[in-house]
Design a protein around this ligand. Structure first.
Ligand code: BV8
Length: 230
């Protein structure tokens, strides 16, 4: 890595978990039981059909037990442990593979499958099993008012202030395994570029925003990311 690089921001998307066996959103398998994610991952869908939305997230939460971090997650965790400068890993993913690989300086901007959010007391709690409609909030005991702690379309992503500050201060912005289809994440490369950072994309196919990057490497994250970290 160039010697003038000190502060790094890394953005990951579903593609970094693909080699672990976690389905991406917009690939050939991009539908879930015939539903587009955009039709299930919304507050309106949750009001309209909470059972369907809980089923969608319960299925993905239980699938986490069967998957493991891959070489790309592990390489980023090594970088997190060894990089002497600032490093922030922002993931759009709601799986727990980055933390299981050991990444510490991590933000889940779209929430986490393994968290529940009580609409009565507003507390978030760790969640491993099914949530369903009768779930009881561990903090206040209310049942039936726990929702997935996921940022749905139309909702504001988490910790955007911290992310914006890191983008403005970084020397290098790296995007890994994302189609560039969803904002504000898809716009991070422009913020970093305007603030003087070098930008690198690593993706199986050129993303919608590939043209915005100084460099775009095409291939599987499990191969490209360890080679880049080394
Ligand atoms: C917001 C949680 C305001 C759900 C998700 C019109 C124009 C522009 C924007 C909008 C618009 N209309 C509405 C909007 C805003 C909207 C949006 O962007 N819509 C899109 C569809 C147009 N955004 C929002 O609503 C966001 N909120 O804007 O609030 C605001 C903003 C800022 C500040 C204040 C207020 C909220 C968006 C969050 C939605 N929730 N996830 C869940 O997970 O169930 S988004 C969902 O898509 C996932 O999080 C996912 O991470 C994300 C992006 O998808 P990707 O991760 O990129 O996955 P995808 O399948 O698309 O691509 C995978 C890529 O990997 C591919 O390129 C593939 O080639 C590659 N790949 C595959 N295998 C590999 C690989 N790469 C490497 N190696 C491999 N092996």
């Amino acid at each position: 890595m160039a010697s003038d690089i000190r502060n790094i921001v890394i953005l990951t998307g579903a593609g970094i978990s693909a080699e672990s066996g976690v389905a991406t959103f917009r690939g050939p398998d991009g539908l879930w039981e015939g539903h587009r994610v955009e039709d299930v991952a919304t507050p309106e869908a949750f009001v309209r059909d909470p059972a369907l939305v809980h089923k969608f997230y319960d299925a993905r939460r239980s699938a986490l037990a069967a998957v493991e971090p891959n070489a790309a997650h592990r390489a980023l965790a090594r970088l997190d442990a060894e990089w002497p400068g600032e490093l922030l890993l922002v993931t759009q993913n709601v799986d727990d593979l980055h933390e299981r690989a050991g990444s510490k300086r991590l933000i889940h901007m779209h929430g986490e499958l393994k968290s529940g959010w009580c609409l009565r007391c507003n507390q978030r709690s760790a969640w491993n099993g099914a949530m369903g409609q009768g779930a009881e909030c561990p903090a206040c005991g209310t049942t039936g008012l726990v929702r997935p702690d996921i940022v749905w379309f139309g909702e504001i992503p988490y910790r955007m202030d911290e992310i914006e500050s890191a983008l403005q201060a970084c020397d290098l912005f790296v995007s890994i395994g994302t189609s560039g289809a969803v904002y504000p994440a898809a716009g991070f490369v422009q913020t970093a570029h305007y603030c003087g950072a070098q930008t690198l994309e690593m993706n199986l196919d050129p993303s919608l925003g590939s043209y915005l990057f100084d460099e775009a490497r095409v291939g599987p994250a499990g191969k490209l990311v360890p080679a880049w970290v080394e």
